[in-house]
Design a protein. Sequence first.
Length: 251
Amino acid sequence: MKAVKPTNDFYGQLQYAYEHFNRTLFDRALPECLITVQREKNTMGFFSPLRWSSTSASDVHEIALNPIYFANRKVIEIFQTLVHEQCHLWQHEFGNPSRSGYHNREWAEKMESIGLMPSSSAQVGGRKVGQKMSDYVIDGGVFQRSCIGLIKKGYQFNWVDRRTNLQGSEDSLKRKHKRSVPTKFMKNSPEVLLELPVSILIPNFVPEMKTTAEKTRYKTKYCCPHCKINVWGKPMLHIRCETCDASFIPE
């Protein structure tokens, strides 16, 4: 049996997705970039222009994805994050980006043209431009069709970070993931698979629990991943943002 090379496998699947979306959404216009994973607080991903140099090529851009969100996010949401950052890369190459972190109208129009609606609340009716922006999938749009095509090719995430932001007690989380049977889900349509949390598709996935010191803290900070609103409360709370209906993520 051929030995698995985790680094090649993990980054290879991200590179494959980048190339797929570059071909289907950007007409192969985007240059190669360096994809990294970064455990940056309160963000699922970011774009950093011309961040890397090498001995054999010109400087290249970086797209960073946050692995702590992989396990409890839907497959399509990971794709959304990657394409969101690819739009920033596109704007840096072919448009006029605003100050660092600001999502301007040009970027918003590009997002909309490829099937992602910019929204400050990640819901219908949110602002389309601003400093902190999320997005939602336009039903029937080119992005959704591209994701379905990628899943039809057999694409799946093979690796997720076990030290994740899943909420719940240790026993309940272990019971939940012992019940997960990936093979039954793989028989479903691509549309169904895209809406499943990535961890459900990983056999025998059990999240790594917080340390004792973290569990016994008097207060835990929770953040809405879309609106960036912070609240503090006792550990293991299950709370949602009333603005966008997303689950607050404990830090």
